[in-house]
Design a protein around this ligand. Structure first.
Ligand SMILES: C[S@@+](CC[C@H](N)C(=O)[O-])C[C@H]1O[C@@H](n2cnc3c(N)ncnc32)[C@H](O)[C@@H]1O
Length: 255
């Protein structure tokens, strides 16, 4: 299968950006308690991990520097990290050695992952496939990879914040809707060549159900008071009033 143009463009972008993610990756690998997203919201609040992960087989779709799989592996899960960027996987391999937590890392497109049907109990993505892959491709692919009863959990930008982000370098979210909510899908920015994907809630819900999932929860993330971030595009007061991130949790139904 040849790459869709966004897969090749995002590979080039992420190979270029990989050095900028080393420091944050190391910080996350070093954490004993997971925290999520741009504001490091604690796992105790969002509970992305299912109750029992020990012995479960997990795939991280767009694993980047690999810390989510590292956290799962430390909890006894059997993880495979998949990523499109050789540069990101190079960093992930360094951290696996540094933190003595080996698991397979595979360079592949998460929309077309090289694993048999019904292989995994958990498919997870934090700002990986969840925003860099076309949902109309990667969500059916996650359904294929999961066993009946398996969980799909992913976190990315909220649909709301995607309407409020200006298309200018270093612009921050404001309190005005700048683009249509209905029909949102593919996003390209003026300052780089990467491609992102975001869906309105109704479209995402419909896609998950059509792909064979029962939607268990949609969390519109409320950041805790005093939260900090290294990312400039959502001001603290914005994120305290509106969700800038969202988490979807879904269960694979038997076919
Ligand atoms: C922000 S990182 C997310 C990973 C991790 N949570 C982190 O923050 O380091 C986004 C990752 O998605 C990967 N990615 C983008 N498109 C992809 C695709 N089609 N298949 C697999 N991974 C992809 C990128 O290479 C990048 O490493």
């Amino acid at each position: 299968m040849t790459d869709s143009d966004h897969v090749g463009r995002n590979r080039v972008a992420w190979d270029d950006w990989a050095p900028n993610w080393v420091e944050a990756g190391r910080r996350n690998w070093a954490q004993t308690e997971p925290s999520w997203g741009q504001w490091s919201v604690p796992e105790a609040q969002l509970r992305l991990f299912p109750d029992e992960v020990a012995g479960r087989s997990c795939i991280e779709l767009g694993c980047g520097t690999g810390y989510v799989s590292g956290w799962l592996a430390r909890r006894g899960a059997h993880c495979i990290g998949v990523d499109n960027s050789a540069g990101q996987l190079r960093t992930a391999r360094i951290f696996q050695q540094e933190f003595a937590q080996p698991f397979p890392l595979v360079q592949a497109n998460a929309e077309d992952a090289p694993f048999p049907d019904a292989t995994f109990d958990l498919a997870i993505s934090e700002y990986g496939a969840s925003i860099w892959c076309d949902p109309y491709r990667w969500i059916p692919e996650a359904a294929r990879l999961l066993r009946p009863g398996g969980r799909l959990v992913f976190l990315g930008n909220s649909a709301l914040v995607m309407c409020c982000l200006p298309d200018e370098p270093d612009g921050a979210a404001g309190d005005r809707l700048l683009r249509p909510y209905l029909g949102m899908h593919r996003f390209e920015w003026s300052d780089d060549d990467s491609v992102e994907f975001h869906l309105a809630h109704g479209d995402m819900h419909r896609l998950l159900r059509r792909s064979g999932f029962e939607v268990e929860e949609l969390i519109e993330v409320e950041i805790p008071e005093g939260s900090t971030t290294r990312h400039p595009w959502v001001p603290y007061q914005w994120a305290r009033q509106w969700p800038c991130e969202e988490v979807w949790k879904a269960r694979r139904l038997p076919s």
